[in-house]
Design a protein around this ligand. Structure first.
Ligand SMILES: Cc1ncc(C[n+]2csc(CCOP(=O)(O)OP(=O)(O)O)c2C)c(N)n1
Ligand SMILES: [Mg+2]
Length: 690
């Protein structure tokens, strides 16, 4: 019989050894949380190491992701496909043990963590997804969606502002199956936290409406006492009314005679001598990376996991017999497949719009698209950081998840942009949903790192940003984005769509819903297609409709296409996006009337255009034509890669100003006349010959 402490010491040893081998990493947290992890994974977590994708598994998130060796040790010991060689090669290129846990690199990692606080937000997303999916699919006697979400958080996570945003919302939404365990070790990188973190965390979370679990006399639970931890978790999981926070007092670097309780164990290898001393103190008499068979055996979750999944499969079979249509729909949703009629119906909607040619703001076109696509896609789980009447993300079928029961499909996130965006990542990773969230483009900065994480993970999230330029008018420079478009386009693996009219708006939604990206595993040898994010950028002001042939409508999906040209013998190209496409066409038509033939390229998504074949790109932007003008009411700097040294960009070089829209465009020189003049000037100066 192995003891709890021996099993926990296996984690401690692997963490010390892994970090020592890499001479880089964070041993302190895994050593401090090992006893807690032993109880969570040994006594509570329902999971199947042989099938990390079992949809009804409990979710586990390591929000304090610097302690990645803790998670790798757990996955290895419980029997996931993560061998000792991977642990020996912690943090090395091509191995499944990245510096911080990465989704899709390692079986059993539910989300990428490391940016502190966001794992907690992802966990809130998992819990929302579980609850909404359960409301939709469960039937009396058939709880096929029924799991917990466990998340470890450290001082750093709870200091981060995002922890306030998401914990406040989780309390309001009463996410009873969310269990957060706080590693209250009193240490962060700079030392003992008493000079920078003195909140009363228990009172803070009680005020949010959480079930705060502590020990006797309101003292934290002893995070090194297995039975006390077990009692605390049992009390958390015995109720479904409120999210739980279990506060555990721990000693960072537990077991290291000279480094435990000190910041020196946080983020550096302990050193060979200290490791030897630690082994002695822990009574762990095995060599580096050596785990005795009886410890492996007592840790293995394979048999229990297979049994748990089998029992669920039987439950699901009974559900499928009683509710065959629901069961089929559940399977479709979990697999991320789009409905059979999606392709035809969405194309038909786009074709209809092209015919009808509504002149509306693209935010309105976005809402019209939601009205058309929403009924086809029950997996759409919308939301907005307040502002829904402005960003028009509520469609006819939207129902608040807090009150909508089985029909719930909209989250009122309140004014919490960062929390919302990181929660969306969690919802997407849970499965069963394509989440979209929304705010003004200028506040994408508040959400920024979560958008970056959408792209890195990748998570199939649609970030909707309206009020996309000085075109929003009177709210002035605090609300007028300038650098945001370029900056979002710089994030690898992003797709940023800025449509020019209602038709392009519908296509951008379609592409975002269908978006998948090729993702390689840690070895770089095996790839799979995973859902991936997009940002949809919409205007406040009305936009003209553009006539198009059927082929042009199809080409919108390519991110850039020839929208209009005076003749094949054009002398210059104007590239434009969104609200400036109308202006570009006007300029080109006026030039044409004066005998200057110009081509207009609408470029709603530069990344999508860049992903096309060289032949296609050359067909749209022939290299012989260096007389190029870009026009976009945003930072001009982004456009140099398309217009080169010979071209001219018309757009913004400063912040905006507070005034009505027509005054602003004139004030900042984004006008038809300016485009006409720029075209004439580049035709003069640029060497453009076939
Ligand atoms: C957003 C963010 N800021 C900074 C860091 C760098 N960082 C990593 S761990 C850490 C200290 C965290 O303290 P705590 O959560 O108490 O971890 P412990 O030392 O107790 O393991 C910091 C600042 C980070 N990973 N994410
Ligand atoms: Mg700490």
């Amino acid at each position: 019989m192995t003891t709890r402490r021996e099993r926990a010491n296996a984690i401690r040893a692997l963490a010390m050894d892994g970090v020592q081998a890499a001479n880089s990493g964070h041993p302190g947290m895994p050593m401090g949380m090992a006893d807690i992890a032993e109880v969570v994974w040994g006594d509570f977590l329902h999971h199947n190491p042989s099938n990390p994708h079992w949809p009804n598994r409990d979710r586990f998130v390591l929000s304090n992701g610097h302690g990645s060796m803790l998670q790798y040790a757990l996955l290895h010991l419980t029997g996931y496909d993560l061998g000792i060689e991977d642990l020996k090669n912690f943090r090395q290129l091509g191995f499944r043990t990245a510096g911080h846990p990465e989704f899709h690199h390692t079986p059993g990692i539910e989300t990428t963590t490391g940016p502190l606080g966001q794992g907690l937000a992802n966990a809130v997303g998992f819990a929302i997804a579980e609850e909404v999916l359960a409301a939709r699919f469960n039937r009396p006697g058939h709880d096929i969606v029924d799991h917990h979400t466990f998340v470890f958080v450290g001082d750093g996570c709870l200091m981060e502002g995002i922890s306030h945003e998401v914990s406040s919302l989780a309390g309001t939404l009463k996410l009873g199956k969310l269990v957060a365990i706080y590693d209250d070790n009193g240490i962060s990188i700079d030392g003992e936290v008493h000079d920078w973190f003195t909140d009363n965390t228990a009172e803070r979370f009680r005020a949010y409406g959480w079930n705060v679990v502590v020990g006797a006399d309101d003292k934290p639970v002893d995070g090194h006492d297995g039975e006390a931890i077990k009692k605390a978790i049992a009390s958390a999981t015995s109720q479904n009314e409120k999210p739980s926070l279990i506060i555990c007092k721990t000693v960072i670097g537990f077991g290291s005679p000279n480094k435990e309780g000190k910041e020196s164990s946080h983020g550096a290898a302990l050193g060979k001598d200290e490791i030897e001393l630690t082994r002695k103190q822990l009574g762990w008499n095995y060599g580096p990376f050596e785990i005795p068979d009886d410890i492996y055996k007592s840790w293995s979750a394979k048999e229990a996991g297979e049994k748990a999944e089998k029992a669920w499969n039987e439950k699901f079979d009974a559900y499928a017999k009683a509710f065959p249509e629901l069961a089929a729909e559940y399977k479709r949703r979990i697999s991320g497949e789009l409905p059979a009629n999606w392709a035809a119906d969405s194309d038909a909607y786009v074709a209809k719009l092209q015919k009808e040619g509504p002149v509306v703001a693209s935010r309105k076109a976005s809402q019209m698209t939601l009205d058309a696509f929403g009924p086809l896609l029950p997996e759409l789980l919308g939301g907005s950081a307040d502002l829904a009447p402005s960003n028009l993300t509520i469609w006819k079928g939207s129902k608040n998840i807090a009150t909508g029961g089985a029909e719930g499909n909209y989250v009122h996130y309140g004014v919490r942009e960062f929390g919302m965006s990181a929660i969306s990542n969690g919802i997407a990773l849970h499965g069963g949903f394509v989440p979209y969230d929304a705010t003004f483009l200028v506040f994408s900065d508040y959400a920024r790192n979560a958008v970056r994480m959408s792209c890195l993970i990748p998570a199939h999230v649609i970030h909707v940003y309206t009020h996309d330029s000085i075109g929003l008018g009177e709210d002035g420079p605090t609300h007028q984005p300038v650098e945001h478009l370029g900056s979002l386009r710089l994030i690898p693996n992003n797709r940023v769509w800025r449509p020019a009219d209602a038709v392009e708006s519908a296509v951008s939604w379609k592409k975002a819903i269908e978006r998948r990206a090729t993702v390689f595993d840690a070895s770089g040898k095996h790839s799979e297609e995973l859902g991936a994010p997009s940002c949809l950028i919409f205007s406040r002001q009305n936009l003209a409709h553009n006539p198009r042939t059927e082929q042009q409508v199809k080409d919108i999906e390519k991110g850039g296409y020839v929208l209009w040209q005076h003749s094949d013998d054009f002398k210059a190209i104007i590239i434009a996006t969104g609200s400036e496409v109308g202006l570009a066409v006007e300029a080109a038509q006026s030039l044409g009337q004066n005998g200057v033939s110009v081509r207009v390229v609408s470029m709603p998504c530069t990344e999508e255009f860049d992903a096309q074949s060289p032949e296609y790109r050359e067909g749209v932007l022939p290299s012989w034509c260096r007389a190029r003008v870009a026009v976009e009411a945003a930072s001009v700097d982004f456009w140099s890669k398309y217009i080169g040294l010979d071209g001219k960009a018309i757009g913004m070089t400063t912040f905006g100003a507070s005034a009505p829209i027509d005054k602003l465009y004139a004030h900042f020189g984004i006008t038809t006349t300016a485009v006409v003049d720029a075209v004439k000037s580049v035709i003069e100066s640029a060497p453009s010959k076939k």
